[in-house]
Design a protein around this ligand. Sequence first.
Ligand code: PBG
Length: 317
Amino acid sequence: MTAASTTPLRLGTRGSALAMVQARYVQQRLQALGHDVELVQITTKGDVSTAPLAQIGGTGVFVTALREALLDGRVDLAAHSLKDLPTTPADDLVVAAVPEREDPRDALCARDGLKLSDLPAGARVGTGSPRREAQLHALGLGIEIVGLRGNVDTRLGKVADGTLDAVVLARAGLSRLGRLDSVTEVLDPMQVLPAPGQGALAIECRRADTSLVEALGALDDAATRAAVTAERTLLAVLEAGCTAPVGAYAEAAEGEDGLELYIRAVVASRDGSLSIRKSATGPLGGAEQIGRDLALELLADGAGAVVDAGGPASKEE
Ligand SMILES: NCc1[nH]cc(CCC(=O)O)c1CC(=O)O
């Protein structure tokens, strides 16, 4: 794929406001490199149905339709939120780029400027994510978690109209949508760790399109790639060994021997009664091993016995 190529690259995206902003960002980055890129909207089951994600096939529903469009040749590349991408890779597809990530932390959007510690006992906090539910319960604030789905506007609307006292959302999504004004507290990873891959994008294409794979590689950010590789390897190992929700956050930081990864992870029961947290550091080049080793340590510490009452299908964000 060279700057001189005449047929535009077809970039598949979901039609939600967040997906469109993300796709336009990828389009702009590629256009800056001289590629002609057009957006192709693909509707997924997750966009049409309002049923709980676990009932309609998990977070994978957002991804499956895009992957089918890639494999059918309807689009040449697809932009996903990395945290929605299953840890099992798709045959014949490759994540050719993971651009520099946004701040991956979760954010509280509460009424009246309230912070987590200001929420009264019994406050109604909306989230559809078992990971957020587990970690919020583990803080022991006595808040009530209310299941919630829908796009970012719908969720924020439940606070604005008084149905809920607060919602918890990814700060990255709010930032991309220009809604950071709704954030009343960015949650400290010491209290709430984000989902593996949160705040990062994945640009996927057909493995056989070797020149496109190479061209997209220009958008890859090595530090982000290493961080999300550690987080997602940890998730993959834990998915095999436990059913409870998982949070993980890896950061690249300057260490004594150059750049190092610092990863923190949590496995917690949905009701917050049990939670195990651990951290590790290692060389940036050893991301997979760092993630795998930390997952095995969590399992050795009993992560497998931390049971998610909702079962494995309810890990969705
Ligand atoms: N599953 C929904 C989803 N997928 C990606 C994001 C936010 C953007 C990101 O994490 O990159 C969100 C919304 C949310 O969790 O608040």
